[in-house]
Structure formats: structure tokens, C-alpha cells
Design a protein around this ligand. Structure first.
Ligand code: SF4
Ligand code: SF4
Ligand code: SF4
Length: 228
């Protein structure tokens, strides 16, 4: 049933390609995203000052969301070493979906497979609607989408929308982090830990100049470089 739906969508996608249909559907998808109004808007903070690079988050994500080897929804990028022996240190930063409020991946998807969940603001993928055209992969300025080699659909972090969140738990990466470097919560709830941490710390988001309005915040570990 799923396969026949996808075959049907693949066919209709081919019809739309190159015609005004694709842009029409893309516009519909974008406006649906823009209509996403509710009391919940989920976001995440990676506090790089607390991150020890243990990668427990990567492992937990893979196990919880059955992400196959060779691809990943979240990875920790290591840079360094900095400083002089014996005081060398590394920086660790999270690479994953930014859950953009104006998401290029959603705007270009011709089938509606890429979407923003209006109740939560989570950017997600309906695998059965995905025809594997990879427009979203090309459009994502953060280069974090991939084709899942098992489902053959576009894939990425969805804050464990269908796994841990559906069971009333925190995302797997947050639960697994031994240093509490990851904070997940509702941007619209002023009492949430997420908002408290955002209020108490200077944060940074990637490529904000693009107007994507990302919802992955970083508390930077990097200090300014001093060259004498
Ligand atoms: S980071 Fe990429 S995949 Fe995630 S919402 Fe933004 S454009 Fe889409
Ligand atoms: S590959 Fe991306 S753009 Fe193409 S149908 Fe799947 S989710 Fe949509
Ligand atoms: S689990 Fe926490 S401390 Fe370990 S790499 Fe991930 S974010 Fe950093």
C-alpha cells in the first residue's frame, strides 16, 4: 500500500516537474508552514561549554530512530586541538536539522513530504509521500538532510517526533547526554528550562542572514582569539 502510494506520487511528481504545479504545491506547503500557530514551538540548545564530545547523543539517536549505519540525524563535529600541551582542548558542535521556521526544504518539496508540523513547529518528513527527488537536500543551507538507505526517503532529525516525543519523553539525544549539554523545550513557554537558559546566556544560531529562522541555538565554547 505504502509502495503503491509512493509510486503514484512519483508519477505525479514527474508530471509536476518543470511545470507550474511544482511551484504551486511548494507555495501551498510554504503557506501551511507559515500558518503554523499554536502554543508550542519546539527548539533546542546545544551548550558547547558543557559538551565533552562523548557522542552518546549520536548513539541514542541511531538506536531510538533506527537510523542505519553510514548516515546520521545528528553528529558532533570536533575541532582542535587548541592551546599548548598539556593544556590542549577541543571544541564540539552539533550538526543536525535547525528546524527552520521558514524552511527551504519544505518550500521546494513538490509532494508535501517535507512539512512543518503546525502544532509543534517541528520540521519533519512523511516518508511515504517522498519520491526521493532530493530537491530538499539541495535546498537545505545546513546540509543535514540525506536519503535513508533503508526507506529510500529523505531523512533528518525530527526531535524524535515519532519515537520519544510520541511517548511523552524528551528527544533521545537529550536523555542520553551525561552533562546536560542539550536542552529541549517550548519557546513559547516562558517557564520552560529552554527559555530560562536562553534568557541567561548569549546564544548563536547558524546562517541567520538567510532568513530561515533556525531553532537550534548554540552556547558557544569559543572565546575570542588573541594574537600577540
Ligand atoms: S536545517 Fe535544513 S532540513 Fe532542517 S528545517 Fe532547515 S532547511 Fe529544512
Ligand atoms: S526528496 Fe525531499 S523534496 Fe523530494 S519528495 Fe522527498 S522530502 Fe520532498
Ligand atoms: S551526549 Fe552531550 S556531551 Fe556527549 S557529545 Fe552529545 S551533546 Fe556533547
Amino acid at each position: 500500500m505504502e509502495n503503491s502510494k509512493r509510486r503514484f506520487l512519483k508519477g505525479t511528481c514527474a508530471l509536476f516537474a518543470g511545470a507550474t504545479g511544482a511551484s504551486l504545491l511548494a507555495t501551498v506547503n510554504a503557506s501551511e508552514g507559515a500558518k503554523a500557530e499554536s502554543d508550542i514551538k519546539y527548539a533546542m540548545i546545544h551548550d558547547e561549554t558543557k559538551c565533552i564530545g562523548c557522542r552518546a547523543c549520536e548513539v541514542a539517536c541511531r538506536e531510538t530512530n533506527q537510523v542505519p549505519e553510514g548516515v546520521s540525524r545528528v553528529r558532533i563535529e570536533q575541532t582542535g586541538p587548541f592551546g599548548e600541551y598539556p593544556n590542549e582542548y577541543y571544541h564540539f558542535s552539533r550538526v543536525s536539522c535547525q528546524h527552520c521556521e521558514d524552511a527551504p526544504c519544505v518550500n521546494v518539496c513538490p509532494t508535501g513530504a517535507a512539512f512543518i508540523e503546525k502544532e509543534t513547529g517541528i520540521v519533519s518528513v512523511n516518508a511515504w509521500k517522498c519520491v526521493g527527488c532530493q530537491y530538499c537536500i539541495a535546498a537545505c543551507p545546513y546540509k543535514i538532510r540525506f536519503i535513508n538507505p533503508v526507506t529510500h526517503a529523505a531523512d533528518k532529525c525530527d526531535f524524535c517526533r515519532e519515537t520519544n516525543l510520541a511517548q511523552g519523553k524528551q528527544p533521545a539525544c537529550v536523555e542520553a547526554c551525561p552533562t546536560k549539554a542539550l536542552v529541549f523545550g517550548n519557546l513559547k513557554d516562558p517557564t520552560s528550562e529552554l527559555v530560562q537558559v536562553l534568557r541567561a546566556n548569549p546564544t548563536q544560531r547558524a546562517k541567520v542572514a538567510l532568513g530561515t529562522r533556525p531553532k537550534l541555538f548554540r552556547i558557544l565554547a569559543k572565546s575570542g582569539e588573541v594574537i600577540l
